[in-house]
Design a binder for this molecule. Sequence first.
Ligand code: DOR
Ligand code: ZN
Length: 366
Amino acid sequence: MASPYRLTLRRPDDWHVHLRDGAMLHAVVPATARVFARAIVMPNLRPPITTVEAAVAYRDRILAAVPEGLDFTPLMTAYLTDDLAPEVLERGHRQGVITAAKLYPANATTNSAAGVTDLERIDPVLEAMERLGMPLLIHGEVTDPEVDIFDREAVFIERHLIPLRRRHPGLKVVLEHITTEQAVDYVSGSDRRLAATITPHHLHLNRNAMFAGGLRSDFYCLPVVKRETHRRALVRAATSGEPCFFLGTDSAPHPRAGKESACGCAGIFNAMHALESYAAIFEQEECLDRLEPFASEFGPRFYGLPLNEQSVTLERSEQTVPQRLDPPFSAPGDETSLEVDQAPLLFHAGETLLWRVVTSEQRQSS
Ligand code: DOR
Ligand code: ZN
C-alpha cells in the first residue's frame, strides 16, 4: 500500500486563543501546546488580566498545565479598561511579560463587562502602545443595541476603527476573528500596521449553521457567523497569500451547561483539530502551499517575533472527530473541577476530517 501523503510545515502559532483557568485550563492547554509553539492568550478571565503581576501568575498557571515534553510559550495580553494606566503596559513590555493589549468594547462579548466604554478615554494608553510597538488586538463590534448584530463588525470599522487608526497612525492593530467582506476589504487595503486573524469556524460555517434543524448554540460565537458571501470572502482572504491575514483560532471552550442554556454562551472550542480544520479549507481551495505562510510565518512577522524552527507533519488520512474533550479535568492542587458531562463539545464533532497531525517536533533545532 502506498504510504499516505504527508505535509510538513514550520511549527505554527495560534495568534488568538482562550485557555481559561483552573480545571478548564488543564483540560484544554494540551490540545494547543501539542501543535502550536506559541499562542496569544486572551485576558478575559474573571477578574480580567489588568496587571503585570496577574499576567505573570496566569502565565505560570498555563505553563504548569503544559504536558511534560511539550515546548509551548504562552504570550500574554493585558485587558484594557477605561482606566488601565499606560505604565502597566510599559512595565509589562520592559519585563518581557506583556506582548499585546486586548480591547473589548464593554459588554461586546464573554467577560467584557470591564472593557472600554469610550475609545477616546484610552488615547494615552494607545499613545504608549504606539511608542512601544505593542500591538492592539481588537474585538471589533459595536455594542449599540440599535445596530443589527450581523452589521456590528462593519459598523465598528466605520465608526471606531478608521477614526482610531487616524488618531494613532503608528499603532500596530490586529482586528481579531474577522467575519465580513467589509473587514477583509478594509484590512487588505490598509498599510502594514493592520492585520487580521481568521478562525477555523468562520472559514467553515455560515449563519445557517446556527439554525440547522433547531437552535444550535454550539455554532454560536462572537462575532456571530455571517452569510455565505462573507464566509467566501474570508476563505479568499485566508488563502490569498496576503501577509495581513493569519491564523488565530479563537478557540473558546465553555462547560456544556454554559452552551446548553436558554441564554447560551458565545464560543467554539476548536483547539483539538484546528490545524486539520484550516488544512481542509486550503485543500478545498487547492492551495495547500499557502497554509504554511498563513499558519507559521505571517503572524510572527507582524508581531516582530522569530519564526519557529520546529515542524509539524500532517498526514492525509481520515479521522472522525469525537464529540467531547476527554478527561482528566482536574487541576493538581486546584479546588475547581470540571465534571465529565461538562466537557466542551469539539468543533467538527462527528465529522470526518481528511488530515491529521501526526508528529510535532518539539525542541528548537540549533
Ligand atoms: O465566541 C467568542 N467567545 N467570542 C469572543 O469574543 C469571546 C469568546 C469567549 O471568551 O468565550
Ligand atoms: Zn476571542
